[in-house]
Structures are given as C-alpha cells and as structure tokens.
Design a protein around this ligand. Sequence first.
Ligand code: PMP
Ligand code: GLU
Length: 396
Amino acid sequence: MNNQLSDKINSVTPSATLEMAAKARELRGLGKDIIGLSLGEPDFNTPDYIKDAAIQAVKDGYNSYTPVDGYVALKDAIITKFKRDNNLTYERNQLVVSTGAKQALYNVAQVILNKGDEVILPCPYWVSYSDIVKLADGVPVEVPTSITTDFKMTPAQLESAITPKTKMLWYSSPCNPSGSIYSENELRALADVLQKHPQIIVVSDEIYEHINYGVTTHASMASFADMYDRTVTVNGVAKAFAMTGWRIGYIGAPAYIARACNKLQGQVTSGANCIAQRAVITALIESPSRVNYMVDEFKGRRTLILDLLNAIDGFKCNEPEGAFYVFPDVSAYFGKTLQGTAINNASEFAMYLLEKANVATVTGDAFGNKNCIRISYAASEKEIREAIARIEKVLV
Ligand code: PMP
Ligand code: GLU
C-alpha cells in the first residue's frame, strides 16, 4: 500500500532531542558505554514532599476525569505561584493546565494561528517551536543571533523581522538551548517595538525560571501593563521540580485564549493526569526555595563544564545564566578531518562525538543555529568530566 500519511506529518521533523536520547538508549542496549548529554532532563528524583502528595491522591481516590483545564485547587496554586514569583495576577478563567508545557505551547499555536501566519523565533530556540508552529500551518521566521549578543535578539532585529503577517513572537527565558536570560530592561525594549504592532501576541516560555544562577533576575513579559493582554505565559514543573515524566505544564493568558485552549484540549486529551495534578498543587504551593539544592548543584556543574570546554581549542562558549545547557560554537572544526572523518557541519560533529567518543549531544541545527551543539549538564560531575575528556581525545 502507498504511504497514506498526511502531508502535514510528513513535513514534521522528529524532535532532535528525543531522537538523540533514543539513539543513545539504543546504543546502550547494544552494549556501548554512552554518556547521555543530549536530553534536558534533571538527573534528580522528584522531591519526597511532592511524591507524598501523589501517593495521598491515589489513596484519596483521585481517579476521575478532572475539569478539562485543570482542578480548581491546582488553578488556585498556579494563581498563588504567579503572584508570588512573577507579580502576575491571573483569574481562574485565564489558566489552562496541560499535559506538559509542550502541549500548552501546541494548544496556543493551534488556537491562534491561521495558515500562513508568521511566528518570530529568535534563534537559537527550543527544538519543538518551529514544528509546533508548522503543525498549526504557521510559518516560523527565524531571527539569527550569535554569541556576540549572548544569543539574544535585539529590538532592531525584532523590528526588521516584523511583517504584516506576523502574528506571534515566541521565546524562552532562561533560554533552552543558550541559557541566556532577558533582563527586565531588555524585555521592555522588545515590548516597545511591539507597541507599534498591536496584532502580535507574545508567548513567553518561562519553564526554566527557577534554574537561574543569579546574574540576571527573571522577568516576565506579562508583568508590563501594556503587554499583559497580549502575552501568554507558559510554565511547568518538569525542570525545576525534576518532574519531566509527570507531564504537567500550564499557561496564564488572556481569558479568550485560555477558553480556546480549553475547548481544543476537551477534544484532544480531556485534561491532564489527575494524580500528577494533585502532586503539582504541592509543588507550587510550597516555597520554590525547597528545590534550591538542585539549582546549586547545576551551578557547580555549569562552572565545571565551562572550565573544561573553554580549555579546548575550537570550543567557544557563552556563559549560560540559567537552564542546564551549554551551547558552544564548534564551527572551528568545520572543514577539518578528524581521525579520518570529515566534519562539515554541526550535525556531523555531534554524530562524530556520538560514534567516536560515545557522548550524546544535540546538533545546533535543531535549534536554528548551524554553528553550535547543545550539551546538557543535567548529569553527574563524574559523567561530565568523563564525557569532556572523551570528547577532547577525539578532537586531535
Ligand atoms: N519549553 C522548553 C524551553 C523546554 O525546554 C521544554 C522541555 N521539555 C518544554 C517547553 C516542554 O516541557 P514539558 O516537559 O513540560 O512538556
Ligand atoms: N526539553 C527537553 C530538551 O530540550 C526535553 C526533551 C524534549 O521535550 O524535547 O531536551
């Protein structure tokens, strides 16, 4: 039978992060000693006080469908969190809880975009943004940045990327993959440009908010009064609370957008998992300082990996201020032959590291940057040391 798949799914690129993680798993299954630095997944256990809340929810008989947009008690916890951490005021009808921040982003794209609408993505961007936009028939418009601006988009770049078809701007801060954080002043300068273009909606992905190493204070676009009604704030518990597999994310948004996401979700998932939602109430109500021990650990690993990488000729790193990735520019290796293998681009470089050094990273292409690779340091110091030593060995 011919391939009966839709043009839409045929046009989608598989998630490079998940694909690389699967490849690493497969090679491990074949007996190879692979160090996985490809996936953005904390190597910590979910804290006990959150697990206990889930166990209690099971015992208390939470087993039914939840309201499509999330338990009221969870929405109230999200309201508390937004007020406490971001000075943002949301009402229940402005919130939607989803199966991960990924679904939250997917919902927003589906309810806002019409065919051909343009979405500005400052590069590097998180790997799934462009395909989520394409799945909604939108057109990703990549705005290249480089290490010289700490991978941040300038107001002038934003201005020149805007066309009459621009419908949205999407970014993450702290950024996956660069770790850059837009300061309040930098966001204000972008907001000033957007003032001239009232049709543009902003998606501010703040999922790494708590993984901040203290150089730049986290700021939310929606905290500007003139941006509040046109900003969707996306967050979730996967990263800061080591809850990737629990699959809970959420948005705070203008009520009409939340209502539309609710309608869509009602036809797609019927709502997020009930036990996970109960656990997240505890995660959000408790002080975020309870998970500082993970941030402190990531901070130490960041220093370690930067020291190790900066000692390698040919690796150029910015200093990530948040998240748990480094995004070194490795273009110095392009055009070279390493141990008999020609390296022409970042994909070939990442593949070379996997095959020759047994270290899994992700090519920058997947994030809209052709010169870099992404290395996750959500791994033990021992693994980081071993991985970088192996990388160094295959670069001569
Ligand atoms: N946004 C960014 C920037 C991410 O790195 C991720 C990674 N998972 C997500 C959203 C999706 O998060 P979740 O696991 O909650 O779907
Ligand atoms: N966000 C993580 C990453 O960038 C998890 C994988 C994914 O969802 O793509 O590696």
